[in-house]
Design a protein around this ligand. Structure first.
Ligand SMILES: *[C@@H]1O[C@H](CO)[C@@H](O)[C@H](O)[C@H]1NC(C)=O
Ligand SMILES: *[C@@H]1O[C@H](CO)[C@@H](O)[C@H](O)[C@H]1NC(C)=O
Length: 434
C-alpha cells in the first residue's frame, strides 16, 4: 500500500508523488506525468498593447513601463452566452512602478514574445498610476460572478506605497459599465502594509445586488468581509489568517525566495451540498500549510465583528469557530472549488494541482495530485473554475515562474507565463484534458 508506505518513511511531498505514481501506473497504466493541461496562452514576456505607438514611447521614457517588470498573477475567463470562444483576462499587479496597466484582456494579435494584451476596461482606467483614485491602481485578482459581473479587487498600492484606499469595483461584462464601487474605510486596512490580493463572492440566489464579498489581505494577514447591499465591511484577523515561519521560504526548480504572506485565497463550499453541511468559507495562508474553514454564518454576522463587544486588534473573536481542517505539508497558491465539492489547489512544491473531496478528512491519503508538471506549472498563482458555453465546468490556471521574477530574473528565451485549462471532470477522472 503506497499510503502506509508514505506515512512510515517518506516526507509528505514524496508521499504525494508516490500516491499519484501508484494511482496512474497501477490504476490507469500510464505514467503520472504523461497527463498535461491544455495550453491556451504562452508568453516569454507579456506583450502590452498601447493606444498609440507614441503613448508606448512616452511611458517607456517616463519610467512608467519596464518591459522586464511585468508579471501576470491571475487569469479570469468569461463565456459570453453560447459563444465557445471565451474572453480571457489577466491581472498584472504593480509590484513596482513600471507597469503601464494592471488588468488586461488577451487579444488575437500574435507578437514576438507572446499574444498581445490590451488594457481592461480601457487604458484610461490605469493611466494615473495612483494620482487619481477613480480608476485602477493595482490589481492582483478578480472574480466573475453568476450575474456576468467582474469583481475587481484593487490593492491601491504601488511598490508598497499606498496611493489609494483598497477598492472594489464590479463591471458588467456585457455592457462594460461599472455597476458597483466601494472604497474601504481607514481602520479596515493598514496603509503601506495591507495587500488585498483575492476576492471571493457569495450572492443571493435571486438578487445579484445582495451578498458578500470576502477579500484576502495577504501581507496585512486578514480577511475583510463586505456586505454588498448594506455597503458595510468588517475585518477578521487572528492567528489563523497569518503566515507560519516553516513556510516562508519558497523553493521551485532549485531556486528559493522569501514571501511572508498570510491569507491568500478563499473559497466557499457549494450550495446545499448533499443537504448535510452548513456553508463554510475555506481559506489558507500563502506562507503556511494549514487548510482553514469557518462557517459562513459566523463570517457574515456583522454584530460579532463590529458590535459593542468589538475592540480594535481583537484577535480572539469567534476563535472557537475556526476549524483547522488539516495540514498539507506544502504551500498552495491559487485555489478553486467545483460545484461537486472538490477543492483544487495549485501547489508550489512540487509544481502541481492537488484535489481534495471536501466530504473526506483533509489527510494525506485523501489529497491527490491530479497534475504534476515541473516545467509548465511553476508558481500557479491564479486559478478559476468557470462554466463553459456548454455549461461544463473548466479549471483555468495561470503560472508565472515567480521564483525567477523575484529571484535571479526571468530568462526571456523561455516561456515564462502560461495559461492552461482542463475540464474539471477530465481533470479528476484521469482523462486527457484535450
Ligand atoms: C521581448 O521581451 C524582452 C524582455 O523584456 C524585450 O527585451 C524585447 O524587446 C521584447 N521583444 C519585443 C519584440 O517586444
Ligand atoms: C450573531 O452574533 C451575535 C453575537 O454573538 C449572536 O447573538 C447572534 O445570534 C448571531 N446571529 C446569527 C444569525 O448567527
Amino acid at each position: 500500500m503506497a499510503n502506509q508506505h508514505c506515512i512510515r518513511i517518506l516526507t509528505l511531498l514524496n508521499c504525494f508523488l508516490a500516491i499519484v505514481r501508484g494511482q496512474y501506473t497501477q490504476g490507469h497504466g500510464v505514467a503520472y506525468d504523461s497527463k498535461a493541461l491544455e495550453s491556451i496562452f504562452e508568453a516569454r514576456n507579456l506583450e502590452l498593447g498601447f493606444p498609440t505607438p507614441q503613448e508606448r514611447e512616452r511611458v517607456l521614457s517616463a519610467g512608467l513601463y519596464n518591459p522586464d517588470g511585468v508579471v501576470p498573477i491571475d487569469v479570469d475567463v468569461y463565456y459570453t452566452h453560447g459563444d465557445k470562444t471565451p474572453s480571457i483576462f489577466v491581472t498584472i499587479p504593480r509590484f513596482a512602478k513600471g507597469v503601464p496597466y494592471s488588468l488586461a484582456y488577451v487579444t488575437n494579435e500574435v507578437r514576438a514574445n507572446g499574444t498581445e494584451l490590451r488594457a481592461y476596461p480601457n487604458y484610461d482606467w490605469h493611466q494615473s498610476h495612483g494620482a487619481d483614485c477613480n480608476g485602477l491602481t493595482s490589481v492582483y485578482r478578480t472574480l466573475i460572478d453568476e450575474c456576468g459581473r467582474m469583481w475587481i479587487l484593487d490593492s491601491g498600492e504601488i511598490d508598497f506605497v499606498q496611493h489609494c484606499p483598497p477598492q472594489l469595483y464590479a463591471i458588467d461584462l456585457a455592457s462594460g459599465n461599472m455597476v458597483h464601487h466601494y472604497r474601504m474605510p481607514m481602520g479596515l486596512y493598514k496603509p503601506g502594509v495591507s495587500r488585498f490580493v483575492t476576492p471571493t463572492i457569495e450572492l443571493d440566489a435571486h438578487n445579484c445586488d445582495v451578498g458578500h464579498v470576502y477579500m484576502a489581505d495577504s501581507i496585512g494577514a486578514g480577511i475583510v468581509v463586505y456586505d454588498v447591499a448594506a455597503q458595510k465591511s468588517w475585518r477578521i484577523e487572528n492567528k489563523y489568517t497569518s503566515p507560519h515561519p516553516d513556510f516562508g521560504t519558497f523553493t521551485i526548480a532549485g531556486e528559493s525566495f522569501e514571501l511572508w504572506d498570510g491569507t491568500v485565497a478563499l473559497t466557499l463550499t457549494p450550495h446545499g451540498l448533499a443537504g448535510r453541511m452548513e456553508r463554510m468559507l475555506y481559506f489558507h495562508s500563502l506562507s503556511g500549510d494549514w487548510q482553514m474553514a469557518i462557517p459562513l454564518q459566523v463570517v457574515n454576522n456583522a454584530s460579532l465583528w463590529t458590535g459593542s463587544m468589538w475592540k480594535p486588534n481583537d484577535v480572539t473573536i469567534a476563535l472557537d469557530q475556526f476549524v483547522v481542517l488539516g495540514k498539507r505539508g506544502s504551500q498552495c497558491v491559487g485555489t478553486a472549488m467545483s460545484e461537486t465539492g472538490m477543492l483544487l489547489c495549485g501547489l508550489v512544491q512540487p509544481p502541481s494541482i492537488m484535489a481534495w473531496n471536501i466530504r473526506q478528512p483533509y489527510k494525506h491519503e485523501n489529497l491527490a495530485l491530479v497534475i504534476h508538471d515541473e516545467k509548465r506549472l511553476q508558481f500557479p498563482s491564479g486559478m478559476k473554475i468557470v462554466r463553459n458555453h456548454e455549461g461544463k465546468e473548466e479549471m483555468w490556471v495561470l503560472s508565472n515562474r515567480l521564483q525567477k521574477a523575484f529571484g535571479s530574473g526571468l530568462n526571456y528565451q523561455e516561456v515564462n507565463f502560461r495559461i492552461q485549462k482542463c475540464g474539471v471532470h477530465e481533470l479528476l477522472s484521469g482523462l486527457p484534458c484535450h
